[in-house]
Each structure stands twice: as structure tokens, then as C-alpha cells.
Ligand binder design. Structure first.
Ligand SMILES: Cc1cc2nc3c(=O)[nH]c(=O)nc-3n(C[C@H](O)[C@H](O)[C@H](O)COP(=O)(O)O)c2cc1C
Ligand SMILES: [Fe+2]
Ligand SMILES: [Fe+2]
Length: 406
């Protein structure tokens, strides 16, 4: 595979990863993921970010560097926007082959280089506004963007070419294949990647939305022509698209943008009694014409539940009582909602119990700090009665109306 040329002097090194291994060891990537690194050439050559040695990508890396007219041995600067191991796997190898290459990162990034790799020399700390002159009018400028999504993260801007190397920011799941630029994909393909970028955001960035808002403010004044992230599509035709998408995502849990007028239904049931009650709720939602997605737990991996729940203004959470508490897979989902700061939702909770219940109490304690608006929840013993079903339909309608009104 050859490097992709972005301009006369800038290349993307691109690896498609298809693996059963999970992203961050948690999130499934059935559609793969890409790893992008970049070469910027002036008189000196900078390599921006590395890759993870998934799927033997070191071989691809060497080949693509060669096709960009360079090699590990010829790199003058290694810019590390982020020290997560998906962007540093070849660091020791690069140092071994080229001890002269200076490693450039934020002070916190350099501290991690020292701690993770025991590398102590030829390091350069950079802060917001610092620059690195590569010659031939090519200057890299650095912007600290802390907590997107690690504390040491920064973005690098090539002012001459207007390229923002944003590392994990503006990234997405989904392997790209031979095409890597936004103008090379159809509308249908973009719709697919849009969902993968939402899932990526909900899984790994959502906890840090307030920092995304700060970074968007900081970067807003830059004359960006191309957004070049470390995962996913390179935006050269319409970079505003991914920026506005991220602004929307960051707004879903900080209140700077509204959630979508839709409902995400998450349910679990041992013997179908809760499911029977849920059907009546869905009738009510349908009657009000509000769109909904529906996921059964634990069958659907939490990664996908998070994506749909994150963007939805409304949630329906349906689970029975299990050992005096909530059905455990739902407790796991609520735990993730809390960790990822899923605030501001409108929610209906329902479920069946057998002898004394317990799910309701645990649920209410669990969500007390969530800043959610709740429709009165519905519980029943065993199989739902006709009266239960009517009430459930009415509560489903109530939730749907709340979503429509806002
Ligand atoms: C392993 C297990 C634990 C349960 N624990 C409780 C409990 O602590 N309190 C209770 O009221 N019912 C308990 N039940 C009964 C269920 O909550 C009840 O059968 C309910 O109707 C199941 O709904 P479902 O078909 O949607 O799973 C338990 C059932 C099972 C199988
Ligand atoms: Fe990362
Ligand atoms: Fe990453």
C-alpha cells in the first residue's frame, strides 16, 4: 500500500485494521478502524503520530514511508499529539533506528514518553502557540487540547497547507479501504461513517465534552482547510462537516446543542414478562409518531447502546428485578451512562417483579444524580394485566409527547 498524498509536501500513512480485538480493550470494531499518521516535509521531515502494531502494520508503515520518499532513518522530528499506545507502538523501533529524531510533545506527553518508554534524551516540550520550523515556509504550530481524551493531548497545525492534525479528535471507527478523503465517499457511505463517528464519540470522548467545547473555541480561529485525524476520514473538501458533527456531539451532554427528538429503548428480560409490558409502551410511542431505536441487553454490546442513547433526547429503560436489584446488564448500562455523563435525558423506566421487587429502588438511587426528567415509572407483578398495559401505553405516549414538545 502507498502513502496518500495530501499536498506536495504532506502524506498520510494509512493502516486499515480489521480485528476481533476491541478498541481500548472494550469497544467492538466489527467494521474495523483506521490508523493515520502523517509525514510533513520542509527541509526537515516531521512524522506526526505513530500507529499500533495491530495486523502487522509496521511492515505497511515502512512501505508507505518509502512511497512518501522517506524512512524512519530520515525523520528529523516525531510529533506525538497523544501517547495512547494506538499511536506509539513503533516508538522504540524508531528510536533504535534513528536516535537523532527529536520527539516533540506537550510537557505531559514528554513525561509519558519518559515513563512509558524510558526515553530521556532528545525530547522537546511544546505548549500552545509554540512552533517548529521545518524550512521551506513549513511551520508546525501546536495547540494543547487537554482531555481529548487524555490529559497530554494536543493538535498540530500546518499553517502553510492549512492542515490540522487532530489525532483522536474528529476521529471515527470504521476501516476506509483504498479511499481516505471525504470527497471520495458517497452519501450512503458518509451516513455509515457518521454513525461510526457517533459511536466512537459516545464510547471514548463523551466523558470529555466540556473539553471538546473548549478546543473548538480555541481552534475556531484557525484557517483550517483540511482536518487530518488519526482515525477515519481525512476531510479536505468539507472539514466543516466533521467540526459541526463534533460540536453537536459535545452539545448532547453539555447542553450546548439539543439531543435528537427520538427515543432509545434499552431492555432486558429473563422470561419475557418485562418485554410484554414494553410492547405496550412502544404502542404509545408509535401512536405519537416519535422515532425510536431499540436494543436488548446484554445481547447488544454496550458500545452500540451508548451511541443511540447518547444522541436521543428520550430513554426507555425496561428491566425486571433480579436478586432484589436491577437486572444486572441494565446496571452496567446505567454505570456507563454515569461515567459518560449522559445528562439531561427524559426517561421512562418499567419492569416486572416476582415477589417483592427491588429494581425500582436501586434504579431510583442510581439515577438520583443524573439530572434526568422522569415520567412516572411503571412496575407490575409477573405478567402485566390489561390495566398495566393501558397504563404503560399512556406512559409511553407521555414520554413521546415530552420529546416532541422540546
Ligand atoms: C435469578 C432471578 C432472580 C430474581 N430475583 C427477584 C427478586 O429479588 N425480587 C423479585 O421480586 N423477583 C425476583 N425474580 C423474579 C422476576 O423478577 C420475575 O419473575 C419477573 O416477572 C421476571 O420478568 P422477566 O420475564 O421480564 O424477566 C427473580 C427471578 C430470577 C430468575
Ligand atoms: Fe486515544
Ligand atoms: Fe487513538
Amino acid at each position: 500500500m502507498k502513502a496518500h498524498q495530501i499536498t506536495d509536501s504532506v502524506y498520510a500513512i494509512h493502516a486499515d485494521i480489521h480485528t476481533d480485538a476491541r478498541f481500548e480493550g472494550i469497544w467492538p470494531i466489527p467494521n474495523g478502524v483506521t490508523l493515520n499518521s502523517y509525514v510533513v516535509k520542509g527541509e526537515k521531515t516531521a512524522l506526526i503520530d505513530l500507529a499500533k502494531d495491530w495486523a502487522g502494520s509496521i511492515g505497511q508503515f515502512d512501505q508507505q514511508l518509502a512511497s512518501a520518499g522517506t524512512s524512519f532513518e530520515e525523520i528529523d522530528y516525531l510529533v506525538l499529539n497523544h501517547l495512547e499506545p494506538d499511536h506509539t507502538a513503533f516508538l522504540i523501533e524508531l528510536r533504535r533506528r534513528n536516535p537523532k529524531a527529536q520527539i516533540v510533545s506537550t510537557p505531559k506527553g514528554i513525561a509519558l514518553v519518559k515513563n512509558f518508554f524510558k526515553i530521556t534524551d532528545n525530547l522537546r516540550e511544546v505548549k500552545t502557540g509554540d512552533t517548529l520550523d521545518l524550512g521551506k515556509d513549513t511551520v508546525l504550530e501546536f495547540f494543547e487540547t487537554p482531555n481529548i481524551h487524555w490529559p497530554e493531548t494536543m493538535m498540530t497545525f500546518d499553517r502553510k497547507n492549512g492542515i490540522l492534525f487532530s489525532c483522536d479528535g474528529f476521529g471515527s471507527y470504521g476501516a476506509l479501504g483504498e479511499r481516505i478523503f471525504d470527497d471520495e465517499f458517497t452519501a450512503e457511505e458518509h451516513a455509515f461513517f457518521e454513525h461510526e463517528s457517533l459511536r466512537y464519540y459516545a464510547n471514548i470522548v463523551a466523558s470529555f465534552s466540556s473539553f471538546v467545547n473548549k478546543a473548538l473555541d480555541k481552534l475556531g480561529a484557525l484557517p483550517v482547510k483540511v482536518i487530518a485525524p488519526s482515525h477515519g476520514i481525512i476531510w479536505r473538501k468539507n472539514p466543516a462537516e466533521i467540526v459541526s458533527r463534533y460540536a453537536k456531539y459535545a452539545g448532547y451532554n453539555t447542553g450546548t446543542a439539543p439531543c435528537e427528538k427520538e427515543i432509545c429503548v434499552v431492555w432486558g428480560s429473563m422470561y419475557g414478562y418485562t418485554r410484554a409490558g414494553l410492547e405496550a409502551v412502544l404502542d404509545g410511542i408509535r401512536a405519537e409518531g416519535v422515532p425510536f431505536t431499540i436494543h436488548q441487553v446484554p445481547d447488544t454490546d454496550a458500545s452500540f447502546v451508548l451511541a443511540d442513547a447518547y444522541k436521543a433526547a428520550g430513554l426507555v429503560l425496561a428491566m425486571p428485578t433480579y436478586e432484589y436489584k436491577m437486572f444486572p446488564p441494565m446496571a452496567h448500562i446505567l454505570d456507563l451512562f454515569e461515567r459518560k455523563h449522559f445528562t439531561g435525558k427524559k426517561v421512562l423506566r418499567l419492569g416486572s417483579w416476582g415477589w417483592v421487587g427491588g429494581a425500582k429502588k436501586e434504579y431510583e438511587e442510581r439515577i438520583a444524580s443524573f439530572k434526568w426528567t422522569s415520567v412516572e415509572s411503571v412496575e407490575w407483578q409477573g405478567v402485566p394485566s390489561q390495566a398495566d398495559l393501558s397504563l404503560l401505553t399512556e406512559r409511553g405516549r407521555e414520554l413521546a409527547r415530552l420529546i416532541k414538545e422540546n
